[in-house]
Ligand binder design. Structure first.
Ligand SMILES: [Zn+2]
Ligand SMILES: [Zn+2]
Length: 141
């Protein structure tokens, strides 16, 4: 999706949820469109160049509010949460060696829950995390 369209969609969604469209919120969205599954710390370091007085707490709180509005997804893998825009459902690959988190299309990994499991739960999303060594790390490990 085009970056401009994405920002417009986000602005619409914030308004729809009764939130305010603040500079911090839009700046974080911009960073999320640039970095691949960043942590709050990575977002903070990136934003500090443009907003030297920005505190980590502000970044953290802004991420939290965007997450509550359903604009972001948060993943808890390893030591720090990683964030991304809540677009289409997809799977992830997580590298044990470099910590890189990569997207995998939903169609690339098919999930077939058993009838028993399907009867027990009401699925909202079906996501898997594949773990191992990425293309850069698998040769050297
Ligand atoms: Zn790797
Ligand atoms: Zn992703």
């Amino acid at each position: 999706m085009m970056k401009e369209n994405m920002i417009d969609l986000v602005i619409e969604k914030i308004k729809e949820k009764g939130g305010r469209v603040t500079i911090q919120r839009l700046a974080i969205i911009n960073v999320l469109l640039k970095l691949d599954h960043p942590t709050a710390e990575e977002i903070f370091q990136f934003m500090k160049k443009e907003f030297p007085t920005l505190s980590f707490t502000t970044v953290y709180n802004t991420l939290h509010s965007l997450h509550e509005m359903g604009i972001l997804r948060e993943y808890h893998f390893g030591e720090a949460s990683r964030f991304e825009m809540a677009e289409k459902d997809h799977h992830h690959f997580l590298c044990y060696s470099c910590g890189r988190m990569e997207d995998i299309d939903e169609e690339e990994v098919r999930i077939f829950p058993s009838e028993q499991v399907a009867a027990r739960f009401d699925f909202v999303a079906k996501e898997v995390v594949l773990k191992g060594f990425c293309e850069n790390c698998k040769e050297t490990s």
